[in-house]
Design a protein around this ligand. Structure first.
Ligand SMILES: [Zn+2]
Length: 260
């Protein structure tokens, strides 16, 4: 496979990510009807529905009502494309695993933006990823073991660890800050991350994700843009660190040296 093919597949997945981000929180079907302009409702023609380029040659406006189409649509497509090409590059020549990793990347981008907008992580994504992760465990090089049974066990253990560590963090956060720090959606997402990246991946993801979330929250508080009682979505930070896992699982001793 060529890198341009990987980019293109990623852009098409990104186009579907836009559908997920728009429709999943509204509990609409993600397969039918086809894409429509949110303002005038006219369905978008197949030749305008091309990832990234469609937005460019329409000049960022709907063909029929000229309503502005958010720049976020092509940017999400571009982001997914770059991530998918990167994953293909990282895992080539293992095509089956690269394809699985690309699907996960697209789902994580959707999680990040849905949680950012609505403070929810749909079960379709978190539990869907959990199920897919266990199904894909035999071909997953991030999991411990060579035999498929060992990898399945390591995926199950990772899911349990992700769930447990996140639940514990949420409980402690609630006692410490007297407010909900992490929700049930985050806990289910962490179970999925563990199923894909094992115990070590779940640990890395929670550490780095919480660190990024805390930096974001503190920087907002410093600029007085956020009160202590305001919620922060953790999904985007957990997704970002889970994506990092798919490129590189940080060994535990490295993480400890970093914190000391
Ligand atoms: Zn329109």
């Amino acid at each position: 496979m060529d890198i341009f093919v990987a980019l293109w597949i990623g852009a098409c997945l990104g186009s579907f990510v836009n559908v997920l981000v728009h429709r999943l929180p509204r509990e609409q079907s993600v397969v039918a009807p086809g894409s429509r302009c949110p303002r005038c409702g006219v369905s978008i023609r197949f030749y305008d529905n091309v990832p990234v380029f469609g937005w460019l040659w329409l000049g960022g406006r709907c063909r029929s009502c000229r309503a502005k189409i958010s720049l976020r649509y092509p940017l999400i497509e571009l982001l997914t494309a770059v991530l998918c090409a990167g994953l293909w590059w990282r895992w080539r020549p293992d095509l089956a695993w690269s394809a699985a990793a690309m699907v996960v990347a697209a789902a994580l981008v959707a999680v990040a933006f849905i949680d950012w907008d609505h403070f929810i992580i749909p079960d379709e994504l978190s539990l869907g990823l959990l199920g897919l992760g266990l199904l894909a465990s035999p071909i997953n090089p991030l999991l411990w073991g060579e035999h498929w049974l060992a990898r399945l066990g390591s995926g199950l253990l990772g899911a349990a660890a992700g769930f447990g560590m996140c639940w514990l963090t949420a409980e402690m956060g609630e006692r410490l800050f007297k407010k909900e720090a992490m929700g049930g959606g985050d806990i289910k997402l962490m179970a999925a991350v563990g199923a894909w990246t094992g115990v070590l991946g779940a640990f890395d993801c929670l550490m780095i994700g919480s660190f990024l979330g805390a930096v974001y929250g503190l920087s907002l508080m410093a600029r007085r843009r956020l009160k202590r009682s305001d919620p922060i979505p953790f999904g985007p930070f957990l997704s970002a660190s889970a994506l990092l896992n798919f490129f590189w699982l940080i060994p535990p001793d490295f993480l400890f040296r970093l914190t000391l």
